[in-house]
Design a protein around this ligand. Structure first.
Ligand code: CP3
Length: 357
């Protein structure tokens, strides 16, 4: 039996229940800005070796929690584990980010794709989830995650990062039927992956639609939103009090807050280009809202970090009928390797202190 949760603020906020103060966690809270992360990574030899070793993945997941009173842990892994398990051959080039040995370029490539087996092909992820749940010992909830179908397709077709997404957008424009086939099998894989993480012990689930915002509105609706809606509708994630809330995060998703709020997901994560009062108003109380401090704020001095945290908290409250309920504080996107660890401490304390009732 897993230990009962000592700090359930994060899950309560996702259910829009009252909390003593606003919960906070940070995207990419485990990473190169922490010297202890760099030490573990050096010992492992590479990022992938670390992510594929459940004990080391657990160790780096817990590192930020030992320093800061964060209200959730996020599984240490990567969104690209799924296409890797589908046979694309993930590797990293120092300074260039992720790459695939066998990118998807043709209808024949797409026809060969299948949903990977969660306990054999991705067993190392499920082992990491089980190990982390055990080591957390009920201190805070554990978030599992996946990339969105569109964002995964971007990497699968481009073969790595991209400046203009010309290959994946061309495929969508030239052969929409093939693109939908790719997105369909990827959506099936994402649903199986998130469901397996939930069964292994993840208490909340987040989908990262990092590149949805590079699409025109018509293409966003056809190639990203539609599949996010399918995940929200079909993902098995438990019922009642044991239900794992689903958070749909997207960079550049501000124009679509209403659509995302009616998708059936429990929460919508937004970036810093939307005022939180606006996001809360437009979500209309249907979902919790997660976000949305500009991550670059962490480069500023402590006074500015404190002030901006207060501004974001108050903005949410103003758009949510004067109540802080239903807000999970986060950055609008991930942390960077050259950020100061002390500034994370300043932010986390500011959020708790300024939202305390
Ligand atoms: O938030 C967390 O602490 C959990 C861990 C996490 C990582 N990647 C670890 C990681 C999560 C949630 C991700 C998701 C991810 N991976 C996304 C979506 C989130 C987002 O930022 O929008 C994307 C687009 C990826 C693909 C990816 N993996 C990129 C672009 C990179 C960075 C390459 C680089 O060299 O900067 C990675 C590698 C990666 N994933 C690192 C970490 C900590 C850096 C690896 C290292 O130690 O060198």
């Amino acid at each position: 039996m897993p230990a009962p949760l000592k700090n359930d603020r994060f899950l309560r906020a996702l259910r829009r229940e009252p909390v003593d103060c606003t919960p906070v966690w940070l995207m990419r809270q485990a990473g190169r800005y922490l010297p202890e992360y760099r030490a573990t990574r050096a010992k492992a030899g590479s990022f992938l070796a670390m992510a594929k070793n459940p004990e080391l993945a657990c160790e780096v997941t817990l590192q930020p929690l030992r320093r800061f009173p964060l209200d959730a842990a996020i599984l240490f892994s990567d969104i690209l584990t799924v296409p890797d398990a589908m046979g694309l051959g993930l590797y990293f080039v120092e300074g260039e980010g992720p790459k695939f040995e066998r990118p998807i370029r043709t209808a024949a490539d797409i026809a060969r794709l299948a949903v990977p087996d969660m306990e054999t092909d991705l067993g190392y992820v499920m082992d990491a989830v089980r190990t982390i749940r055990r080591e957390l010992d009920g201190s805070v909830p554990l978030i599992g995650f996946s990339g969105s179908p569109w964002t995964l397709a971007c990497y699968m077709v481009e073969g790595g990062g991209s400046d203009n997404y010309s290959k994946v957008k061309s495929l969508a424009l030239n052969d929409p039927a093939a693109m939908h086939k790719l997105l369909d099998v990827t959506t099936d894989a994402v649903i199986a992956y998130l469901s397996a993480q939930h069964q292994a012990g993840a208490q909340a689930l987040q989908v990262f639609d990092t590149w949805g915002g590079v699409l025109s509105p018509a293409m966003y609706r056809e190639f990203s939103l539609r599949y996010l809606q399918r995940i929200a509708a079909e993902l098995p994630r438990g019922e009642g009090a044991g239900r794992a809330p689903l958070i749909l995060f997207g960079k550049g998703n501000a124009p679509y807050v209403e659509d995302l709020a009616s998708s059936g997901a429990e929460a919508v994560g937004v970036d810093w280009t939307i005022e939180l009062s606006d996001a809360a108003r437009r979500a209309g109380g249907k979902v919790a809202i997660q976000g949305n401090l500009d991550p670059v704020t962490l480069y500023a001095e402590p006074d500015a970090i404190h002030r901006e945290a207060g501004r974001a908290l108050d903005s949410y409250r103003d758009g949510n009928g004067g109540s802080r309920e239903g807000h999970v504080f986060n950055l609008g996107h991930g942390m960077s390797p050259d950020m100061k660890p002390e500034h994370v401490g300043v932010l986390v304390d500011a959020v708790h202190q300024l939202s305390m009732r």
